[in-house]
Design a binder for this molecule. Sequence first.
Ligand code: ZN
Ligand code: ZN
Length: 168
Amino acid sequence: MPNPRKPFRINVGFIIHEEVGYSHEIPFEMEKVKLEDLELQNFTGRVEIGRTPQGLIVQGRFEADTKLECVRCLREFTDPLEWEITELYAFTKKSVSESELLVPDDAHIDLAPLIREYALLEIPIKPLHDPECKGLCIECGQDLNVEDCGHSQESDDSPFATLKDLLK
Ligand SMILES: [Zn+2]
Ligand SMILES: [Zn+2]
């Protein structure tokens, strides 16, 4: 049974003892899941763990929603994410891949850090609730997506403002 506090901790002991070529699929469905700082809603996905001569190949596909804050207008919005993971958990150090994952002695692997890392790659560095977001007025803070307050959006600190002053 999955541990509700560590839903991605999987006992792979029985897979290790299967023949090469065997694979086991685990479906996931969670209304909410928290991976350290990353909060996901409507999480669904599946993980396939395959036995190879060198170790266990873990392949996963996931979908979830995450809440982000628009960098321009600061409103919170829901961003749908879709991502995949593929990693080898090697039986011995000799066959480790670049990510250097090994099947631990207790035969329990926790996929949470991997799922989190790959999900983070899907999150934009500067999230926008809409690619055309107009942002907030630099003068009065009005959300320009909602209403235009009529203020000029040219900053006084901009090099152009200084140039304008010189031309006066
Ligand atoms: Zn916005
Ligand atoms: Zn304004």
